[in-house]
Design a protein around this ligand. Structure first.
Ligand code: PLP
Length: 413
């Protein structure tokens, strides 16, 4: 039998490979009628694409951390350093360290990894990670990698935020059983609901414990989604304005119109000391990042794009998206199609189609709109939900398509 997909003995010509080189038809593999609703993904900003193309040919490898560098830096490193300061300013501490990661997962791993050593436990078993059921699964990856087995889900309340009474009880319970070291993960923009944990209150609870006991905390904020939403639509702070927030992750490849893969990890100045490793073959520096070789272009792409959009640009774009969401909400309410879970200030929405007996959409609809079902607790019940992200590629027409499809479905139910 002829083997498929082997490395050819002799290289093929460009002509033979042309159909792979140009996305064209291949890119439409899901069929032409797909309307992308279910994930925070959209076409990158044109200036991001242009900058990326300009830099990719230099293939810059950005190994290490540059936010703390005092040396003269080349363009990609200098831009990354400026970018970290820019986001530090946006999130309440211009002196933070940080770097451009591969995404939110890497930033969450960095947070838990630094947290573990910051809390100076003699074993991972002394550490307890506190989060909610709604937290992103990358936290579990981070715990698995750092050998942390004590992971507790604090309850979430009816607004899909971490329940503060349960957080207090959980800490007390664990302190009573001998724990003194906690990593708390606060999420700003939960992937499934778009809602956020009350960082100010969590900070306050930590403050009370820290002043009255020898219990230690490390608070990491997962703002993978909310980091480029909340600063432009809500006035509340959620980051380094609060003393106990030690690190934060945010994803430019989600809500900031940057190509994959790009996340940004930020932490208080100097905290990367806890995880720094000498590079044997480069005498000058310690590696203070999780992955080693990184794409140097990404920092410039973010720097250029954010400067180009500007604060007001983000505000305007987001308010357009929110208006679009309000249009969707209005239609859903009018036609009584769904129970709506959503933070009104954001472009995210989580829906339960209560006219369907089990809440599940037919596969054709799921595929057409790239929607995936999951379960959430709602008033003592488990319900099937779907999340929708209102991104810049959507139009009122695409929303009307969805409503029409739902109405047709309702008629036959
Ligand atoms: C997407 C997401 C992550 C993981 O980010 P990647 O960029 O996919 O690695 C982490 N946390 C939250 C809340 C997310 O939505």
């Amino acid at each position: 039998m002829e083997k498929k997909n082997v490395l050819p003995e002799q290289g093929k010509s460009k002509l033979e490979l042309k159909r792979y080189m140009e996305p064209g038809e291949n890119y439409k593999s899901e069929g032409e009628d797909v309307i992308f609703l279910g994930y925070p993904q959209t076409t990158p900003h044109p200036i991001a694409i242009e900058t990326y193309i300009n830099y990719i040919k230099y293939n810059e490898n950005q190994v290490g951390l540059f936010s703390n560098s005092t040396a003269k830096l080349n363009m990609t490193r200098d831009c990354e350093k400026r970018l970290i300061e820019m986001l530090g300013n946006l999130y309440g501490d211009a002196t933070v360290d940080g770097y451009v990661t591969s995404g939110g997962t890497e930033g969450n791993i960095m947070g838990v990894w630094i947290g573990k050593y910051y809390l100076s436990a003699s074993s991972s078993d002394e550490i307890c990670v506190i989060k909610t059921y709604l937290s992103h699964h990358s936290i579990e990856k981070a715990c698995s990698l750092t050998g942390i087995k004590n992971i507790v889900d604090v309850a979430y309340n009816d607004s899909y935020e971490m329940d503060l009474a349960d957080l207090r009880n959980t800490i007390s319970r664990f302190v009573d059983s001998g724990f003194k070291r906690f990593i708390i993960i606060a999420t700003v923009g939960y992937t499934m609901t778009g809602t956020s944990d009350p960082v100010a209150d969590i900070d306050q609870i930590i403050e009370e414990w820290s002043t009255n006991s020898d219990v230690k905390f490390y608070l990491h904020v997962d703002a993978a989604i909310g980091g480029f939403v909340y600063p432009f639509c809500k006035k509340e702070d959620f980051a380094f304005q609060y003393k106990n927030v030690m690190s934060l992750t945010v994803d430019p490849h989600k809500m900031a119109y940057i190509p994959y893969s790009s996340g940004i990890f930020l932490c208080r100045k100097g905290l990367t000391d806890y995880i720094a490793v000498p590079i044997k073959y480069a005498k000058t520096i310690l590696d203070r990042t999780l992955i080693s070789s990184r794409n140097g272009a990404m920092g410039v792409v973010c720097w250029v794009t954010f400067n180009h959009i500007g604060y007001q640009g983000f505000v305007e774009q987001l308010s357009k998206l929110i208006q679009m969401k309000e249009y969707l909400v209005e239609k859903l309410r009018k036609e009584k199609l769904a129970i709506i879970i959503s933070d009104p200030a954001t472009n995210m929405i989580c829906l339960h189609y209560d006219f369907l007996s089990d809440g599940l959409l037919p596969e054709t609809i799921e595929k057409k709109y790239i929607l995936d079902a999951f379960k959430l607790r709602y008033k003592e019940k488990e319900i099937v939900c779907y999340k929708i992200y209102i991104m810049p590629h959507l139009t009122k027409e695409s929303i009307r398509f969805l409503i029409d499809d739902l109405l047709k479905l309702k008629q036959i139910c």
